[in-house]
Design a protein around this ligand. Structure first.
Ligand SMILES: Cc1ncc(COP(=O)(O)O)c(C=O)c1O
Length: 392
């Protein structure tokens, strides 16, 4: 390994949500949390160097998307996703969640229906509800533990004329699916026939486990004219705090509408530091990402092996993409609040309650696997001990 993914980094008192907002008795205990989707690893050294250089320059002014920045974004999409993007498609926002809200406001009106596939990343609910739009659920179906789309239900929901948009999570947080080209082309077909605009949140697009392939939604035949694709440096390189996302809208009219709404919402700047971080990350850090993926993959293998050997009543959902594992702990027979209490108090584990992603997540937990292996092992050992005591 060229990079260090083993070191424990002290993040206490940095304002990190994961640490400084941790429930008692975990805060300050030294326990590494597996909650919020950022990583316990330092960003790539080349990014850190570029950020330090930009800081020493000293002028933290307003910065826009141009030149080397756009070149780097284009280079990454081409080399990593075989996607040719054009400058005209590009809009900057200060986060993908912000972009979801922009899209909802730009393309739907109050009362319109917006499809989401549940269980899903919880801000999808807010992007719809907080804007006075209506959530239309197209629940995912667990087939032997692997989640699939329910296309009959999607067709039915999409055929309601008051439904105007679908927020697609691709790859899907929290259930770890990387949707296949075939699945995405069925989504594109249904959406097109029923006049539904697809907003594809592809923030996890680079975190793909070996054996799976991420398909950019705009590359699905017939989809490019009817979609918004949201990407970012944040998950891929642990740069979420730099608040910078690259949104692509290939259809010129839709792009204009989206850009106008983004402007009304106050977007427009590439944060100064994010500019330099992006250029370094996209041009120089592909090898770091490859190593990161092997670390996630190996943590996932550790999780699966441990659970199947020592906690066989639990089930881990196959991880195709993201660094987020989805674990079925329903056999413990605890409701989600009691399960959280049990994990915090008896196992000293800070993870995410599956119920926050929708009612289908009751009894499930989301574990963030972007942490040193030794910390994951320690959490599993504490869990094993707690479960054994509970079973007594
Ligand atoms: C699917 C998905 N979309 C968006 C985000 C957050 O995006 P941002 O921080 O750019 O708003 C996350 C973070 O966990 C996510 O998992």
């Amino acid at each position: 390994m060229k990079y260090d993914f083993t070191k424990k980094i002290d993040r206490l008192n940095t304002g990190a949500y994961k640490y400084d907002f941790m429930p008692e008795p975990l805060r300050g205990s030294g326990i590494v949390p597996m909650t919020v989707a950022d990583m316990e690893f330092s960003a790539p050294p080349k990014v850190n160097e570029a950020v330090a250089k930009a800081a020493f320059h000293g002028c933290y002014g307003y910065t826009g998307p141009q030149g080397e920045y756009l070149e780097a974004v284009r280079h990454w999409q081409k080399t990593r996703h075989d996607w040719d993007i054009e400058d005209d498609w590009y809009v900057v926002t200060n986060g993908v969640v912000q972009a979801l809200g922009v899209a909802v406001r730009a393309f739907t009106k109050e009362g319109d229906g917006v499809i989401i596939q549940t269980p899903v990343y919880h801000p999808f609910y807010g992007a719809v509800r907080d804007n006075g739009r209506r959530i239309v659920e197209n629940p995912l179906i667990a087939n032997n533990g692997r989640y699939e789309m329910d296309f009959d239900d999607l067709e039915k929901k999409a055929s309601d004329p008051s439904v105007k948009m679908m927020l697609l999570c691709s790859p899907h947080n929290p259930i770890g699916r990387v949707w296949t080209a075939d699945e995405l082309s069925r989504v594109a077909d249904i959406a097109k026939r029923h006049g539904i605009l697809v907003v594809s949140d592809e923030i996890h697009n680079d975190l793909i486990m070996p054996g799976n392939t991420h398909t950019v939604f705009a590359k699905v035949p017939g989809a490019s004219d009817n979609c918004v694709v949201c990407t970012a440096i944040s998950k891929t390189f642990n740069l979420a705090g730099l608040s910078c996302s690259n949104i692509f809208v290939p259809n010129a009219l839709l792009k204009e509408k989206f850009a106008e709404q983004a402007h009304r919402d106050g977007c427009g700047c590439v944060p100064y530091i994010a500019r330099f971080a992006t250029i370094a990350a996209y041009n120089e850090c592909a090898d770091w990402l490859d190593e990161l993926i092997s670390v996630i993959r190996s943590n996932y293998a550790l999780l699966c092996d441990f659970i199947s050997e020592r906690l066989p009543e639990f089930t881990v959902t196959p991880l195709e993409g993201t660094y987020l594992a989805w674990i079925d702990m329903r056999p413990l027979g605890l409701d989600h609040k009691a399960l959280t209490e049990f994990l915090v108090e008896k196992a000293m584990i800070a993870d995410n309650d599956g119920e926050m992603f929708g009612s289908a997540g009751e009894g499930f937990r989301r574990w963030n696997l972007a942490l040193p292996e030794s910390e994951l092992h320690a959490a599993l050992s504490r869990l094993e001990k707690a479960v054994k005591e509970y079973r007594k």
